[in-house]
Design a protein around this ligand. Sequence first.
Ligand code: NOJ
Length: 445
Amino acid sequence: MLHSNQFGNNFLWGVTIAAAQNEGAYNAYGRGTSIWDQFSKRKGKIKNNAKPYIACDFYHRYKDDLLLVKALGFKVFRFSISWSRILPEGVGKINKEGVLFYHKVIDECLQLNIIPFITLYHWDLPQALENEGGWASHQLIKWFSKFVTICAEEYGDKVKNWIILNEPMGFTSLGYMLGKHAPGKTNMVTFLSAIHNAVLAQAEGGRIIRHYVANATIGTTFSCSEVIANSDKQQDIAAANRMDILLNRLFIEPALGMNYPNADFAFMDKLHLHTKAWKYTERMRFDFDFIGIQNYFPITIKHSSIIPFIQATDIKAKTRKVPYTALGWEINADSFYRIIQKFAAYENVKSIIITENGACFKDELKQGIIDDKDRILYFEKYLNSLLNAKMDGLKVDGYFAWTLMDNFEWNEGYNARFGLIYVDFLTQLRTIKNSGYWWRSFLTN
Ligand code: NOJ
């Protein structure tokens, strides 16, 4: 039987949530509007036109929810700070009540002997800043630095573990190119600027935390997916390589001081030229103490001449007779091992934490029980791969499950359930799923 003690005493076991997906209390206690509040008003953008307004009501229920974190046996609680709660207009006046809220969450963690991990940006930009161009504006670094400085000064005495950005590829591509996430933009130039500003912000954020917080452990997180070519044909291999650059290399390599990947790929030429990247190698670099990787599935890619720039398309798991989750994401734990191996191979990566991993399934509450066998199986397989990675000497030092409880899954609304705890969104009643109990025996006993 798999048990956490096989990973050694210092391995960090955590669970992750995010402000916009959990907190609710969207227009109370002085909080300003975020891009997700605004985006959710646009018809058809989010399944069932769901809104993040109440979510899991974590704002009011954080004490009980932290007791659940404790009960399941996690040592680490990763949560994000809502920029709009601290600075309702993005810059300018500080909302004291918002600042106080996170003090209370942190104090409660410390009281329970749970290590708080702060994510500074998990996708919820203040709308006031989006109105000025958001991540595509060159002012972003200035705005972000202000926000990070406030957080560092407020919480730095109590919180030593910091994550600067959550999945920059996620929020820049889905938000500024594909229009599927807030703020819903679909513009190549905006996308290129957003990428560069995010790369600069992740490094600058690191420097600010280093400056203000004594003994800080600083990381930032990247989404990643092993990219598998659909055939041995040269065209498919080249297509997979382009996808790999975008999905796996674009944000980490400049952070490691390697600048943006240089490749025979029109998109990269555009990015280098648009950002004048050659001038910024040093500013884009930061000596992170750890790199957070978030992995859910691999993708299989073939060449497609109709897709602009990337000229590649993925072949859905459903059509390939492989197991997949309720969101159609391939379940493949061997690929999880290989992606850890890939990131661990970077010389300048000191330590890796899996800052998110988990699965969405159609959970059914029957007589007070959620028997989510598929999710348990998913965790068993992925954690087995993780153990192999650890045993093989790969520098992985922690794993955080996504996520504590079902929450607002962005454009999927409330139907995509990833939690270890089931939430009835009408009553806010929480029910620990069997996967939650599985985690408890994995971590304790
Ligand atoms: C990545 C994101 O960081 C998180 O917010 C999201 O809910 C999960 N993956 C699942 O899609």
